[in-house]
Every structure is written in structure tokens, then in C-alpha cells.
Design a protein around this ligand. Structure first.
Ligand SMILES: [Zn+2]
Length: 410
């Protein structure tokens, strides 16, 4: 096991909230006191690890996770997964949800996340039992994880005005975020317009599953960016997936991303689920569905990488280890150098969730920290480099907890 010490660590330049030597290889000594970082000082020598702010997971599905143990993995695309989860959902009880959602939170906390935003399936007018279970867990976990929830409703449900209003009012009452699944819907502009009107009327932020497929004419993201600007909701709208952007012509895709930057859209890439569901199932897939992260940054965006599904029919593998998902995103999206993209699991999602702490390390910031064993890019994606020590409020989680997290994905 590596020795985890804060006496000589690297801090990625993008996570430095302080003035100092600019070199990415500079070592620092970090002192903790009273649950915060008290001091950060440059020191000579080679860093023995990389210090990050604790992770922020912007897009997960706590209500679905770990259902693969009884559904089995599907052999098929997104539509096959949607059909299979609908069959399974009727059997979800409050006890079952509580047990599976807790299992997800235990993992996320152990691996070093400090905040999560989960989508909860809300498929027709009636409020699903997952909302009450989530609310109880949000309270129970408040000192460990900041938790947010989004209603995940097929966009077509909003075509019925009374249904949309009922859902939006219930989401507001439950302290949630209004969401929808958007893919090449008929009358898509009118339905999205309705969602924006409800959000404005109820004072809700928005979070969409949008364009999760490889049809180039899927342009929900573009419509959402325009509506965000028109409704002056800049900075309050998150868009997950945007897979179709990867197969559109560069000029059109860049124009859409420029609109997104202007709208302050928080774009989220979900590499695990996209790699599993997108592309052909009968041959080796070539298009992989990862949205255009490099181009989003070039246009002035602040994209994130998030976990999405864990052990369900949408993605039968995985865990809440955000560094694992990050590693997959780095490889699938050719994000290099990898260290430069760590804001995608720290500061960028913190901004999207509107967290009190932006995730920049400085004296006075919370000591909610992850120290990775890796001290340079080439170690970051290796099993040895992913080993970590997590501090919460200045106190290290026990070695036992870390050990069980790294050896038991369940
Ligand atoms: Zn999702």
C-alpha cells in the first residue's frame, strides 16, 4: 500500500484556488485544521500523490441500481433496456428501493464523492415511491453527501397540460429538479416549450436526458439551448448524453455547442452507459456515442463526466467509483492530458449542482479531499494510481472502508 501523506502532493493547476508556482509538477504541503485546509505551501521534491477536492457525481440513477441481479443483463440497445426496466419497475417496493439506494450511497461515499444528483423514474402522473425513499435518505445522509433529485419523465407526458402541471408542482413540493427524456419526439419544440414554462412558473431548475442515440437529426440539445436563452434560464439547465452530437457534421455540432455555452448549459457525458448501449449489437460497434467534450470546452463550456447507471439493464457492470468512469471517459473521448480533465468530476459538476463550495483547493476550504496515489497522468488510469485516501471534514475515512470499497464493487 502507498503511504498517504499530505506533506508532498501535486495539485492539478485547474483545482488550485490559490496563487503560487504554475508548474503542474510542483509539490505542496497541505495542513488541515478544524475540518478545513489551513495552509498550502510549495515544497521541494517530487509529489507522492495528487490531491483533489472530493468528487461530485452529476448524473446517476439510484432507483435502478443493482437491479441487474434479478433482471439479468439485456443483450440489446437503449429501447430494449427501457422495455425491460418498465417490466421490472412494477416490483420496486419502498424497502427494496431503500436497500438498493443505500448501497449506492455507501459506495459513492467510500470512493470519495461528496455530492450526487440522481434521476428518479417518473413515468406517468402518479408520484413514484422512490421520491419518498430518496427524501428520507437525503436527510439521513445530509452530513456525508449533498443529494439532489430529478424527475425523469417521457417528454410526451408534458403534452397533457394537467399532467405536466401536476408533476411540476409535486417536484417543487419535493425539493427536486424537473426533468424529461427527449429523443426525436413529435412536436418537440412545443413540448419542450411547455416544460420550460412550467420550470419558470414553479421556479425549478431543469435536467434532461437528451439525444441519447445516434440519429444525426436528433437535435433536442439545440432546441433546449435556444429555449434556455429565451426563458433566461442560463446556468440552470443540465443536459445529459447528447450522443447524436457525435455523429453530426462538425459545423452544425460546433454551432449547437456555441449555443449551449451561451445558454450556460451543463453538458454531461456518460461513457459507461453509452459504450454499452450505443452502436451496433450484432457487429463490433464503431460509433460510440460519447458526446463532444473537447469541442464543448473549446466553445467555452464546462462539461462533466458522471456515473449514470450501475448494475442495471442500461449498464450491467460498474460502481460508484467516479475515477473509474473518468478513466473510461478519458479513453473513449481521447481526453489528454488526463489530469487536465479532472474538473469534469470535481469543479464543473459542483457548479452545475450549485454547491456552496466550488471544489477549488485553498486555505479555508472544506477538507473534503481525495488523495490519489498517482502523481502524474500516466499513473492516473492504472489500478495502483487509483488507490486513494479520502478525507471528510479533515478526518480520513478508515483504511478498512477504503479497502472494502476497492475490493468489493457491490
Ligand atoms: Zn441517465
Amino acid at each position: 500500500m502507498p503511504l498517504f501523506s499530505l506533506a508532498c502532493v501535486a495539485i492539478p493547476p485547474q483545482l488550485r484556488g490559490f496563487e503560487g508556482p504554475a508548474s503542474a509538477h510542483q509539490a505542496f504541503a497541505v495542513t488541515l485544521a478544524d475540518g478545513c485546509i489551513a495552509r498550502i505551501e510549495p515544497v521541494p521534491g517530487r509529489p507522492t500523490g495528487t490531491l483533489l477536492s472530493a468528487f461530485v457525481d452529476l448524473h446517476v440513477h439510484l432507483d435502478k441500481n443493482f437491479t441487474v441481479e434479478h433482471t439479468g443483463a439485456i443483450q440489446g440497445d437503449l429501447q430494449a433496456a427501457i422495455t425491460r426496466i418498465a417490466q421490472d419497475r412494477v416490483g420496486w417496493t419502498a424497502d427494496d428501493l431503500h436497500q438498493r439506494m443505500t448501497r449506492g450511497l455507501v459506495q459513492a461515499y467510500a470512493y470519495g464523492s461528496r455530492a450526487l444528483r440522481t434521476h428518479l423514474d417518473w413515468v406517468d402522473v402518479a408520484q413514484p415511491p422512490s421520491v419518498a425513499v430518496f427524501q428520507a435518505l437525503r436527510e439521513a445522509w445530509a452530513d456525508k453527501l449533498t443529494l439532489q433529485w430529478v424527475s425523469l419523465t417521457p417528454l410526451d407526458v408534458f403534452a397533457e397540460p394537467a399532467a405536466g402541471l401536476h408533476i411540476a408542482q409535486a417536484v417543487r413540493a419535493g425539493g427536486g429538479i424537473l426533468g424529461a427524456f427527449v429523443y426525436r419526439n413529435e412536436a418537440i419544440d412545443a413540448k419542450l416549450q411547455r416544460v420550460f414554462e412550467l420550470a419558470v412558473a414553479q421556479g425549478l431548475a431543469l435536467d434532461f436526458h437528451v439525444d441519447e442515440g445516434l440519429d444525426a437529426d436528433a437535435e433536442g440539445l439545440r432546441a433546449i439551448a435556444k429555449l434556455t436563452i429565451a426563458h433566461q434560464m442560463q446556468g440552470r439547465v443540465t443536459c445529459g448524453h447528447a450522443c447524436s452530437l457525435s455523429v453530426q457534421g462538425p459545423a452544425r455540432a460546433l454551432d449547437t455547442l456555441a449555443l449551449c455555452a451561451q445558454a450556460g448549459i451543463h453538458l454531461v457525458a456518460l461513457p459507461t452507459t453509452n459504450l454499452y448501449l450505443q452502436g451496433a449489437w450484432d457487429t463490433t460497434p464503431v460509433p460510440r456515442g460519447i458526446t463532444r467534450l473537447k469541442e464543448a470546452v473549446a466553445q467555452g463550456g464546462w462539461p462533466s463526466l458522471a456515473t449514470d447507471n450501475v448494475a442495471d439493464v442500461f449498464y450491467p457492470y460498474g460502481s460508484y467509483d467516479l475515477i473509474d468512469t473518468f478513466g473510461l471517459g478519458v479513453q473513449a473521448g481521447h481526453l489528454a492530458p488526463a489530469m487536465d480533465w479532472l474538473p469534469c468530476i470535481t469543479t464543473h459538476p459542483a457548479r452545475a449542482m450549485g454547491l456552496a463550495w466550488d471544489g477549488l483547493l485553498c486555505s479555508g476550504c472544506p477538507a473534503d479531499l481525495v488523495l490519489l496515489a498517482a502523481s502524474h497522468d500516466c499513473e492516473l488510469l492504472s489500478p495502483a494510481g487509483r488507490q486513494r485516501r479520502v478525507w471528510r471534514r479533515g478526518i480520513p475515512l478508515t483504511d478498512k472502508l477504503n479497502e472494502s470499497a476497492s475490493h468489493d464493487p457491490g
